[in-house]
Design a protein around this ligand. Sequence first.
Ligand SMILES: Cc1cc2nc3c(=O)[nH]c(=O)nc-3n(C[C@H](O)[C@H](O)[C@H](O)COP(=O)(O)OP(=O)(O)OC[C@H]3O[C@@H](n4cnc5c(N)ncnc54)[C@H](O)[C@@H]3O)c2cc1C
Length: 441
Amino acid sequence: MQELPVVSLGDIMSIYTNYLSGVRPDGGHHDEKISAHVAIVGSGPTGCFAALAMLKCVPEVRITVFEARPTPYGLLRYGVAPDHQGMKNVTRQFERLFGSNQVEFVGNVRIGQDLPFEVLQENFDFVVIATGLPSERALPVPVHPGAKVWGASQLLRYLNADPDSDLRTRETVELGDSVLIIGSGNVAMDVARLLAKSDEGFDGSDVDDAAREALAPSKITRITLLSRSPYEQVRWDPSMFKELCSIPGVEVYLDGRRSTEETDTSSGPTRHQPLRVEVFFNQKLREIDLQEDNAYDNQLIVRTQNGTSDAHLSAESPKTSFRASAVIAAIGFEERRIGFGEVPADNVLRTGGCATGRLGNLAENRALAKQTAQLVAAKVGKQSELTGLAGVAPFLTQTPVSFSDWKAIDEAEITRARPGRIRQKFTSWSEMSDVVAQTRS
Ligand SMILES: Cc1cc2nc3c(=O)[nH]c(=O)nc-3n(C[C@H](O)[C@H](O)[C@H](O)COP(=O)(O)OP(=O)(O)OC[C@H]3O[C@@H](n4cnc5c(N)ncnc54)[C@H](O)[C@@H]3O)c2cc1C
């Protein structure tokens, strides 16, 4: 959402200036004593956990959370599987966070683009960078340019109704009858489960039904997962594997043998079409090509070599070919530091994936965020000399989205949910902009 032509930038800025000078937009007053103004860049789980922890350990702190998108919560909204609402419910804690008069959400402002990073440094006592790890790792093998090969997080973004998902602009995204997933971690399990479940299996979720329909998962008869490591070293959680095995109508095989996982498949919605899920271990990916003969139109050939580790592979190692109509790569995120270069100042802290080079799960990122808050607590003075958000407002080139704007979007999505779903997300920024416009007018 780039433009919000409803309230002028000047109006928005005066709201923020009033807020910072002691009058909140709701007319209430807050304490003048401010120990530190903290800017957090990124409203994903790590940024929100950091703000929550700071409220506990930094007295009289004022926090502004800047977010590039109009919507908060990062991958919690657009990455975590839509049928795992228990996980997504952590947003309830974050809602309470933004209800605090010490915390402000400034959405639709990309730091480094809509607001220079240096302006944050000049106006805030501390800047915490919590921008996550946005880039999926590329497959390290030759891939035919015509092959239908997508990253797992693109698929998850699509099913989570992300307006910016690459798949949204493709002419056809139908997956065909056999999907091959590269990887054996939890995201690979998410992909397999989401494609295996029947429509009714998504009751109580906020999946994008139009995206599911376009992918046509009901036509899939075989899902193959290729694990580079041996069975003993798979990275999926046992509970994730069990969940997959529990889907009625799904049969899971490990290296050709029927899984002995004890599950109850007597209840729950059954797939209309039986599905075979096969996992093969010790598979080192070599190449993804298009099938040359005409017998299998648009089919892909995935070639691997078999060995327990790279050290055990040689030209003589056995080779295997797998046929698939689409390939989903679930091999993780790029391990690199991103954004704003290497900022040397000691009032700038990085936390979460952009600090460690690993995306990590929610629990890991919560722990990192807590450590960051403690670092701020150790350095904070008695009284801030800076103005925080009021100081940066004149530099904003975008109309920001406030937390109450977001709540209007949130409520509209819940209101328009179809039966069996808890919300229907908007799939374009302009629809969200319209909701905000109506609420503000
Ligand atoms: C497909 C998938 C499924 C997952 N499932 C689970 C699960 O079941 N359980 C679990 O524990 N974890 C899961 N995770 C991991 C979880 O999503 C991450 O631990 C968590 O999202 C990391 O939070 P973060 O805030 O560091 O990054 P993000 O969630 O990526 O948030 C970063 C935020 O920073 C914003 N941003 C970036 N650059 C700027 C900028 N310049 N200016 C302003 N804002 C900016 C982004 O827009 C984004 O909102 C999953 C991840 C994926 C990809």
